[in-house]
Design a binder for this molecule. Structure first.
Ligand code: BG6
Length: 460
C-alpha cells in the first residue's frame, strides 16, 4: 500500500536531533528530485511560538544546503504544537491537525517513545499512519521486544521505520555495489581468504552537551548496538536476490542471527574505557566524569570494543571487531578487511609488507586496496602499493535518505523488528558483564589513541 505521506510530525521538535540532522535532511530531500510536497508539524513539551519554530526550520534547511522555493514555502507555513505526547488526548489533538496520511517521527528518548506508543494504543489510529523511531530502539532485548509487540498492535510492520542513519550513509550503500556488482571480491569474501574484519568509528568529538542521553547509553549502545552491528550485517550477509526491503532485511537478519560475542565470553571478548581530561586539537576537555550533566558515579564507557564471531560456513573463525569511541586523537571511521597470507610465497621473493587489505572509509567515502607487488629497484623484493578511489556520494545525506524511505513508503533502509532484537541479543551478555563489573573500566586521556593496553588487538 502506498502511504503518500501528507504530514510529517516531528515529536521532540525542540531537540538537538531535529535541528542538527532531521530538518537539514528534510530540506535536502525536499529540493532533490525524489522529494515531494509534504506538510510539517513540530511538536514539543516546551512552549515555542510558530515564528520561533519557523526560524529554526529555515536555519536548519539553510545549514543542510537547501535553498529551493519549496523549502522556503514549507518553512513559512509549518506550525509548532505544544503537547505532552505521553497523554492520549494530546496525541489525538496532534494527529487531528495533520493533512493527509501522517508520519510520526519520534525524535525522543527511548523511555518517552515507549510511553508515547502506549498512549497511541488508547486512541483511534489514522488510516496508513507511519511510525518512525530513532535509536536506541528500547533499552535492552526485553524492552525492544515489548516495543515491537506494542507497535504491531498499532500499525503493520510495513508502516514502521526503525531508523539507523548509518544505513543511509553512501559508503554503506556502496558496499552493496562493491560486493555484488563485481566478480572479483565475492568469491574471496569468506573465511578461507579473510583473516579479520574491523569496523571502527573513532570520533574526536566528545559529549557535545548530550549527557542527558549519552550517560545512559554509552558507546556500546550508542554506536555498536545501534549502528556498527548493522554495518557488519551488510558486510557479512549472503548475496540477497534483490535490494527490496524484505530481501535485504532477510539477508542482514540471517547474518545477525549467527553472530555472538567471541567464544560466547563477554569478559574476554569485549572491553571498555572512558576518557580522562586531555587536549584535542588545542581544545582542553574535562574528564568525562566532570562533564556537565554526567553522573560521576555512573560507569558509562566512552570507548567500547567487541569481538564478534559469526557462526556460519562463510565466516566461521573470522573475528569481526567492532569499536567506537569519543574524544580520541584521530577520526578513524572505516571498515578494514584483512586477507590471509598466501599459502606459499615463492622462495627468493623477499620483503614482507604485511597482508593485503581492503579499507572502506566511512567518512570521507573512499576505498583503498593495499596489495603487495614487486618493489622498485630489486624486483624480487616485495613492496606495497595502494589503489585508492573515491566512492560516489548520493544526492542526499544519511538523514535525507532515511526520510526518503519514511516519506515514500520504502522500508529498504529501515531496520526490521528482528534485526533490532538480534542487535540487543548480541550485546546483551556484554552489557550484563559490564553491569556486574566483571570487566574493569579502563581510562584514556582525551586526545589520545585510547588506553595503552589497547595497542594489543583483542584478537591477538
Ligand atoms: C549518532 C550517535 O547516532 O551517530 C553519535 O548518537 C555519533 O554519538 C553519530 O556521533 C555519528 O554519526 P555521524 O553521521 O554524525 O558521523
Amino acid at each position: 500500500m502506498s502511504h503518500g505521506i501528507g504530514t510529517l510530525i516531528i515529536l521532540g521538535a525542540g531537540g538537538d536531533l531535529t535541528a542538527r540532522l532531521l530538518l537539514p535532511g528534510l530540506g535536502q530531500w525536499l529540493q532533490s528530485s525524489r522529494g515531494h510536497n509534504v506538510e510539517l508539524l513540530g511538536v514539543g513539551y516546551d512552549p515555542m511560538t510558530d515564528a520561533d519554530w519557523r526560524a529554526r526550520v529555515t536555519a536548519a534547511f539553510a545549514a543542510g544546503g537547501a535553498s529551493a522555493a519549496v523549502c522556503t514555502k514549507l518553512a513559512a507555513r509549518t506550525r509548532y504544537l505544544q503537547a505532552d505526547v505521553t497523554l492520549p488526548d494530546d496525541l489525538e489533538r496532534v494527529l487531528g491537525e495533520a493533512e493527509g496520511t501522517p508520519a510520526l517521527y519520534f525524535a525522543l528518548p527511548p523511555k518517552v517513545t515507549i510511553a508515547a506508543c502506549a498512549a497511541l494504543g488508547k486512541i483511534e489510529i489514522p488510516e496508513g499512519l507511519v511510525l518512525a523511531l530513532e535509536k536506541p530502539f528500547g533499552t535492552d532485548l526485553r524492552s525492544a521486544k515489548t516495543l515491537n509487540r506494542q507497535l504491531l498492535k498499532l500499525v503493520p510492520e510495513s508502516q514502521i521505520h526503525r531508523v539507523d542513519h548509518f544505513l543511509g550513509k553512501s559508503t554503506v550503500l556502496n558496499i552493496l555495489g562493491l560486493r555484488f556488482a563485481n566478480r572479483i571480491f565475492e568469491p574471496i569474501w569468506r573465511a578461507d581468504h579473510i583473516e579479520s574484519v574491523e569496523i571502527v568509528f573513532d570520533e574526536t568529538l566528545a559529549l557535545e552537551g548530550r549527557a542527558g542521553y549519552y550517560d545512559k547509553a554509552g558507546a556500546l549502545v550508542d554506536m555498536i548496538q545501534s549502528h556498527l552491528l548493522l554495518v557488519m550485517a551488510v558486510v557479512a550477509m549472503e548475496p540477497p536476490s534483490s535490494v527490496e526491503a524484505d530481501d535485504l532485511r532477510g539477508a542482514m537478519t540471517q547474518a545477525l542471527r549467527g553472530a555472538r560475542v567471541w567464544k560466547g565470553d563477554a569478559v574476554t571478548g569485549a572491553r571498555r574505557a572512558r576518557y580522562r581530561a586531555g587536549t584535542i586539537d588545542g581544545r582542553t576537555l574535562p574528564a568525562y566524569a566532570d562533564e556537565k550533566g554526567v553522573d560521576p558515579k555512573s560507569e558509562t564507557e566512552t570507548l567500547a570494543e567487541v569481538m564478534i564471531a559469526i557462526d556460519n560456513w562463510r565466516w566461521a573463525g573470522v573475528p569481526f571487531v567492532l569499536r567506537s569511541g569519543k574524544a580520541l586523537a584521530t577520526r578513524r571511521q572505516e571498515i578494514v578487511i584483512t586477507f590471509r597470507p598466501v599459502p606459499h610465497r615463492p622462495d627468493g621473493l623477499t620483503g614482507d609488507p604485511g597482508p593485503a587489505r581492503l579499507r572502506i572509509s566511512l567518512s570521507p567515502d573512499t576505498i583503498s586496496l593495499d596489495l603487495n607487488i614487486n618493489g622498485e629497484g630489486d624486483p624480487f623484493s616485495i613492496g606495497r602499493v595502494s589503489f585508492d578511489a573515491d566512492f560516489a556520494g548520493g544526492d542526499l545525506g544519511p538523514y535525507g535518505e532515511v526520510l526518503n524511505g519514511i516519506l515514500t513508503d520504502d522500508s529498504t533502509l529501515s531496520v526490521g523488528a528482528e534485526e533490532v532484537e538480534e542487535c540487543w541479543r548480541i550485546v546483551g551478555s556484554v552489557l550484563s558483564a559490564w553491569r556486574r563489573d566483571a570487566v574493569p573500566i579502563q581510562t584514556y586521556a582525551a586526545g589520545s589513541a585510547g588506553p595503552s593496553a589497547w595497542k594489543r588487538p583483542l584478537w591477538k
